[in-house]
Design a protein around this ligand. Structure first.
Ligand code: MRU
Length: 314
């Protein structure tokens, strides 16, 4: 699998996820401001990948001799919903206060994320049965993390355990992370995959064509889980047809301080909705709402697969 990000000669290289799957190009970040721009424009996206990138942004700020508290505040303002961003900046600040360098800390966090995902995969494999067809929404794969993935890590692990499984990816409008990224990841590893439009998920469940749902998370907090817009509708349909609905997420995605209904849901640009690959599909002046995430309430969730085991929702 190609690398989502890597650190070389005091630069952070980010795989440009805005042009996948058609082009494979890296964006070089030499300043913490470059990383902020990459997070805002979704060159890098997905909660754990945003977290690791934020840690490297702090490393770059250290190299630039910028006050880390100041840089940390700017980095935290890049996107509001994925809690890993805030967690990563705070982790670096804490380690720096203990005398460790930000560069060293970021490299360690990068390695930890990969190991964490592999553990999530191992626990997740225990809930996947032979011949399961698994629906996933958005991209909670290697591209959303340092490597391996959370929801797609569970699928990878089941595949590596030689289980015969099939994957169905929602396309995930408006940014199409399912079609562009999750399908790509599955194809790269020869894991059988089909793409559906978001509106087809309920129909597929009603027809008995889906056995499990596994998605990732941007934040787990009291009351539920925030994840990519459309996750709630998938969860409601899964409940209707008694299909187990799992969330796979590292402990760094847990927010023990806030209620999930009090968090900020990111609103993104209207052109994400109005255009597909640069072509307007409605009049340019059309009024739009573009919430990037929704909340899956705790009672819709069968379990949260973490590196510490499978937990009940908060
Ligand atoms: O807007 P994005 O692409 O950053 O949103 C990503 C998601 O919603 C993922 O499902 C989530 O971050 C989990 S990633 C392991």
């Amino acid at each position: 699998m190609i690398k989502t990000l890597y650190w070389e000669d005091n630069s952070l290289f980010l795989l440009d996820q805005t042009i996948l799957p058609h082009k494979i190009e890296y964006v070089e970040c030499t300043t913490y401001e470059d990383v902020i721009t990459a997070i805002k424009t979704m060159v890098v996206r997905g909660a754990p990948a945003i977290g690791v990138s934020a840690a490297y942004a702090m490393a770059l700020a250290e190299i630039q001799n910028i006050d880390l508290d100041k840089a940390g505040l700017e980095i935290k303002a890049a996107r509001p919903t994925a809690v890993n961003l805030f967690w990563a900046v705070d982790q670096v600040l804490e380690k720096v206060n203990q005398g460790q360098s930000a560069v060293e800390t970021a490299i360690q966090m990068h390695e930890d994320d990969i190991n964490t995902n592999k553990k999530i995969g191992e626990y997740g494999n225990t809930v996947i049965d032979e011949n399961d067809t698994i629906l996933t929404h958005c991209n909670a794969g290697a591209l959303a993390c340092a490597a391996y993935g959370t929801a797609l890590g569970v699928i990878r692990s089941a595949h590596q355990h030689n289980k015969n499984i099939n994957v169905i990816c929602d396309e995930t409008r408006p940014v199409l992370q399912g079609a562009r990224l999750s399908v790509f990841e599955m194809q790269e590893e020869n894991i059988p995959v089909k793409l559906i439009v978001d509106g087809a998920a309920g129909h597929m469940m009603q027809k008995g064509k889906i056995d499990k749902v596994v998605i990732g998370a941007d934040r787990v907090a009291k009351g539920g889980v925030a994840n990519k817009i459309g996750s709630l509708m998938v969860a409601l349909a899964a409940k209707r047809y008694n299909i187990p609905f799992y969330v796979a997420a590292p402990m760094s995605t847990f927010d023990f301080e806030n209620n999930i209904f009090d968090i900020t849901i990111e609103q993104r640009d209207k052109d994400e909705v109005l255009c597909i690959q640069g072509n307007y599909i409605a009049r340019e002046e059309t009024r739009v709402e573009n919430p990037a995430f929704d909340i899956v309430e705790s009672d819709l969730i069968t379990g949260i697969i973490t590196e510490e085991g499978i937990k009940k929702p908060l």
